[in-house]
Write a protein that binds this ligand. Sequence first.
Ligand code: ZN
Length: 255
Amino acid sequence: MQAKQMFINEYDDNIIEVFMKLLDQKIHEAKDMLLERYKWICSQSPASAKFMYENGTMLGYHPEEGIESALRHGTLVIGQLGLAECLQILIGCDHTTEPGMKIAKQIEQLFKDRCSQFKQELHLNFGVYYTPAENLCHTALKKFRAKWGVIPNVSDKDFFTNSIHVPVWYKISPFEKIDIESQLTGYSNAGCITYVELDASAVHNTKALEQIVNYAMDHDIPYFAINVPSDTCLDCGFQGEINDKCPICGSNNIQ
Ligand SMILES: [Zn+2]
């Protein structure tokens, strides 16, 4: 504990500076890739997706201007995953700690500033997204591990932590999770989600559920979801809370 604390307090500022430069470069590359894709899509004939431009399905379409007249109202977003693991590499702790949150805000400010800048310069809806990347969290980890091996708190699980989330294996209360993630949701101007996971006992406690939802709404959580476990009896199909055996058929073949 002593050794870890020292590491947290004495991390090298230079590491952060180098990282921020690299990140900035990558954000610019992401912008270039988004633009390349955007231009490619805009070069297609309106006939390739006719229904999108008929009946106002996609607003703003003016035939004489081509499909870009409609597509420029779409969003070009830069998402991210693995903030927690990134911070572990940089300073040996994540944004559930004070020093980690400080760097996290610096990182997210860069994403936000750059996307605002791209929006101004290019008159397109660039934004920051926290991030529907559940599959990529696993794929990216596999690729990372093939290159860098297993690093404790970084690549020793089956997936990276999605977006700016608190790692799912942390034992913290829904309120603590909201306290941490709500400090970062404001940097995402294109969308984000906060989840909390509850154990089965909470499912029937509507007062507790309401209290959690209200807490999230009172903080800066624009999109909130509660996950609850659902047991399934593989013999009769009953779904719900199952303790030792299925309350319907008595089976213990439970998923
Ligand atoms: Zn059953």
